[in-house]
Structures are given as structure tokens and as C-alpha cells.
Design a protein around this ligand. Structure first.
Ligand code: NAP
Ligand code: MG
Length: 477
């Protein structure tokens, strides 16, 4: 529960079922990227705090009843938790919008409802049969073999700032469903929705102390302790490929299980028989949803020469109508990017695109509207004549920048689409679904949408090929 310091609430660490100040009593403000306004003071854990959280999770796993609860009982408790979260979803949506700069629409129509669906899916999966008989083919009369599905143990979980609530759900829900105990570390830019989530869970009194711990603080301090502490059994990370490499190295010292959900530079391929009405809007949605700050964003748009001009005319016409504005305005399509540093980085990539010789059909600028003067706003950029080998086509920009690449044959499009170190997602647009599937089958990516984008089904596993990650989240097992 937050306490108050003057105007601003103060949030402590959540360890062993209690809110407690960090040992070194360090706090840091979190800000609204649309206004620059400070929203709250957030506890900054150090190594000692992280160890306390790990100890709490360890004892809750080794000595507590959570891991050995009958799966049906765990499932029932998790369903109750989701109901409690749903009853207070407005508080989470508000935290998400103000802390992370996502639009009111994204928070209320997408992130929170989808998070609830995904949590319910995991609560349902928690009701599994742990014993699975193994067929006795070689020695039918001599033995009875079975597989027993068990929790892994203590799970350290580190999440990014772009989908703070959804990522928190993707981490804690499956871990709890299987009977693990958890230490969750949200991103420094966006701790509020995870704090709200844990506050709601705490208020239900349904989880034993130590099963779920929340440690806010710098990733460079908390992360290495979670990755190297021998009391932690698994590390699950979503974030940049760069930090993912560090995590893998650090986790190797104790051979921890590791899952990584990392970056992307996803291709979005228009086939020449695509329905332009949906493909044009779909392509803008694919790249500009949340300002391109999604790991799966369709940032490389492949357009066939045969329909290039009509397609691009329509794309530009629709793109110029996108509204950059305050997240709280229901008409806003693009809010602010997460930070001043991210804004500067996007601007450097726009400069780079010009230097590399791409043609700017729309050039991102800081909007002149005085209402937006204190936020990290930038209008969308569309580069045409992009060569897939350019840095703007190969590096993750994580901002509202679309690279359009023209192609002559589908073979060529597939080859360029796969020519990246990443392999998280892709899109294919065609009125011939069989044909779209045959293209999709040749794309090296974990999730491929056909005539759609960003819709992530709880039943389908999500995760990357190549340097986009290791392991899968969601799915049915
Ligand atoms: P990031 O810099 O890698 O940070 C992600 C998280 O890791 C934050 O909580 C951060 O803490 C923490 N961290 C930083 N250094 C660490 C270290 N040495 N050890 C352990 N943890 C550390 O990524 P980001 O900039 O927040 O997020 C954007 C990236 O995430 C993009 O590359 C995007 O593609 C990727 N992403 C991938 C998926 C997916 O599902 N594949 C989903 C969303 C985002 P602090 O905030 O305190 O620095
Ligand atoms: Mg913030």
C-alpha cells in the first residue's frame, strides 16, 4: 500500500507478504511521459533487498504449501485473484496510461482486458493432472513408469516498460499456476501497474506470504543478483537482446533455466492480391500501435512493385490522419514515447535513415501543440526506398518509424524478410489464405499473423526464433 509524501504516494517493496522500505531507504520518482509530471516515489532495492526477496520466495517454495496444493485448488484461488483484479481494473488502466504513456484506448481496450484473458487462461491451466503415464512398450510386465509435472522452484522475473501490466501477467500467472514462487522486477520507467496489481493481490489475502514478491529498483543491481543467486532456479526475462545476452551469461554460473523474450524487426509482407482497405490500415496498426514500442511491431513493410503506387498513396493518406496527442484523449492514436532518451534515439535513427539515402515520405518532428510541449512526443516517420541492408532496416528503433521496402518477386520478399538477426513475428496480407500460409511457412518467426497483427491468443505459444529469444510464453502446456 502506498503511503504519502506531501503530494506524492510512496511505494515500498513487497517481500514475504509485507510492504517494507528498502534497506538503504532509497526512492526514485516515476514520471508521466506525456507531461513530465512526477507521479510517485518508488523504492529502489539493492542487493540486500533482493536477497531478502529471494529468501522469502525460497522458504515459501521449500516450506510452504503453495507448490503442493492440489492443482484444482490452485486453479480456484487464481480464478479468484483474476476476479479481484478485474473488479479494480480501472485503477490499473489509469496507472498504465499515466506511467507508461500508452493511450487510454490501448490501456482500456487492449492491455488490461487481454491481460485478464491471459491470466484466466493460466488459472484454467493450473488445473492439470500432474501424473502422466508413460507407455510400457519394452518391458510391459516389469515396471510402471510415469512423468510427474512439478514446479521449477523460485523464479526471478524481469520485465520491460512497453507493456508493463501484460508482461507482469505473462510472467507471474503461469509461474503461480504451476506452483512456483516469484520475484518480479518491473522496469524503472513503469513500476506503477505492477505495484497496483500486487496491491490488489495482497488485499485478497489469497496467496501465502513469500509466494509473490515485487522488487522495484535498478535492473543493473537487482538483475545480476537474481541471475547469479544459487537460491533462484529460473530466470525469465523480457527486454532488449543486449540485456538478454548479459542475463544468459550470468545465469550460466549456476546453470539456471532461462527464458528470454527479446527484440524484433518484424517483416510485414503485402502480397499483390491483398485487400488494400484492410492491408493499409493493418500495416499502420502493425507499426504504429504504441508508437512502434512493441517487440513484435511490423517495422519493415514489404510492398510489391506491381501495386506499389496505389498502395503507398493510400498508406500516406491514412497515415497523415493519425493523431498524435495526449494519451487521455480517446481520439489519440500515438501518445508520447517512453523517455527523453528514447525520443533522442528515435531522432538519431531518423537522421541515419536520411544519411543512408532512404526517402522520407513523412518525417517525424516534435509537434508544436503547446499542450504536448512537456512530453516526449514525435510524429510518425515513413521511409520509402529502404534497402533491407540499411541500419534502419536491421536495427530495432522502438519508435514510430516505418521502413518500406519494395519487392519484385515473393521469393525476394521472403529472402529479405528472413535476412535479420531477429525472428519474433511477421505479417502476411492476401485474399488467398492458402497462399499467405505458404509464405508464412517460409518465414523464420515465432508468430505470424495473416490479415491481422498484434492479436496474441492465450492458447498460442509466443516467442522468438534466432536472437529474438529462447522459450515460449502462453500456449497450453
Ligand atoms: P531493457 O533495457 O532490456 O530492460 C528490460 C528490463 O531489464 C528492465 O526491467 C530493466 O530494468 C532490466 N535490466 C536492465 N539491465 C539489466 C541487467 N543487467 N540484468 C537484468 N535486468 C536488467 O529493455 P527495455 O528498453 O525496457 O525494453 C525494450 C526492449 O524489450 C526491446 O528490445 C523490445 O523488443 C523488448 N521486448 C520484447 C518483448 C518480447 O516479448 N519479446 C516484449 C516487450 C519488449 P531497468 O528498467 O531498471 O533498467
Ligand atoms: Mg513512468
Amino acid at each position: 500500500m502506498p503511503t504519502q509524501n506531501g503530494e506524492l504516494p510512496i511505494f515500498n517493496l513487497y517481500i514475504n507478504g509485507q510492504w517494507r522500505p528498502p534497506v538503504a531507504e532509497q526512492y526514485r520518482a516515476t514520471y508521466d511521459p506525456a507531461t513530465g509530471e512526477a507521479l510517485a516515489y518508488i523504492a529502489q532495492a539493492d542487493i540486500e533487498d533482493t536477497r531478502l526477496a529471494i529468501q522469502a520466495a525460497r522458504s515459501a517454495f521449500d516450506d510452504g504449501y503453495w507448490p503442493s496444493l492440489p492443482p484444482g485448488e490452485r486453479s480456484r484461488l487464481l480464478h479468484e485473484l483474476v476476479d479481484a483484479i478485474e473488479a479494480r481494473q480501472g485503477e490499473i488502466a489509469d496507472a498504465e496510461m499515466r506511467d507508461g504513456g500508452c493511450t487510454w484506448r490501448k490501456a482500456n481496450l487492449m492491455d488490461i482486458p487481454v491481460g485478464l484473458i491471459h491470466f484466466r487462461h493460466m488459472a484454467k491451466l493450473a488445473n492439470f493432472e500432474p501424473l502422466e503415464p508413460v507407455p510400457q512398450i519394452a518391458f510391459p510386465s516389469l515396471s510402471y513408469n510415469y512423468v510427474r509435472r512439478e514446479p521449477i522452484g523460485v523464479c526471478g522475473q524481469v520485465i520491460p516498460w512497453n507493456f508493463p501490466f501484460l508482461m507482469a501477467i505473462w510472467k507471474i500467472a503461469p509461474a503461480l499456476a504451476a506452483g512456483n514462487t516469484v520475484i518480479l522486477k518491473p522496469a524503472t520507467f513503469t513500476p506503477l501497474s505492477a505495484l497496483k496489481l500486487v496491491e490488489i493481490i495482497h488485499d485478497t489475502g489469497l496467496l501465502p506470504p513469500g509466494v509473490l514478491n515485487l522488487v522495484t529498483g535498478p535492473g543493473q543491481v537487482v538483475g545480476p543478483e537474481l541471475c547469479t543467486n544459487p537460491q533462484v532456479d529460473k530466470i525469465a526475462f523480457t527486454g532488449s537482446t543486449e540485456v538478454g545476452r548479459e542475463i544468459m551469461q550470468q545465469a550460466s554460473s549456476t546453470i539456471k533455466k532461462v527464458t528470454l523474450e527479446l527484440g524484433g524487426k518484424s517483416p510485414n509482407i503485402i502480397l499483390e492480391d491483398a485487400d488494400l482497405d484492410i492491408a493499409v490500415d493493418g500495416s499502420l496498426w502493425a507499426v504504429f500501435m504504441h508508437n512502434g514500442q512493441a517487440c513484435e511491431s511490423g517495422t519493415r513493410l514489404f510492398v510489391p512493385s506491381s501495386i506499389y503506387d496505389p498502395f503507398m498513396d493510400r498508406l500516406l493518406d491514412r497515415a497523415t490522419r493519425l493523431k498524435v496527442g495526449l494519451p487521455s484523449d480517446g481520439a489519440t492514436d500515438l501518445g508520447p514515447v517512453i523517455s527523453a532518451g528514447q525520443l533522442a534515439s528515435v531522432e538519431r535513427y531518423i537522421e541515419l535513415g536520411l544519411e543512408e539515402g532512404a526517402t522520407p515520405l513523412m518525417l517525424g518532428v516534435r509537434p508544436s501543440d503547446p499542450e504536448l510541449a512537456h512530453g516526449n512526443f514525435i510524429t510518425p516517420t515513413i521511409f520509402a526506398d529502404v534497402d533491407n541492408r540499411m541500419r534502419i532496416a536491421q536495427e530495432e528503433i522502438f519508435g514510430p518509424v516505418l521502413c518500406v521496402i519494395r519487392y519484385d518477386s515473393v521469393e525476394e520478399a521472403i529472402r529479405m524478410a528472413n535476412d535479420t538477426i531477429y525472428g519474433l513475428a511477421a505479417g502476411v496480407w492476401s485474399t488467398d489464405v492458402e497462399r499467405a500460409i505458404s509464405v508464412a511457412n517460409r518465414l523464420r518467426a515465432g508468430t505470424i499473423w495473416i490479415n491481422d497483427y498484434h492479436l496474441i491468443s492465450a492458447e498460442a505459444p509466443f516467442g522468438g526464433y534466432k536472437q529474438s529469444g529462447i522459450g515460449r510464453e502462453l500456449g497450453t502446456r
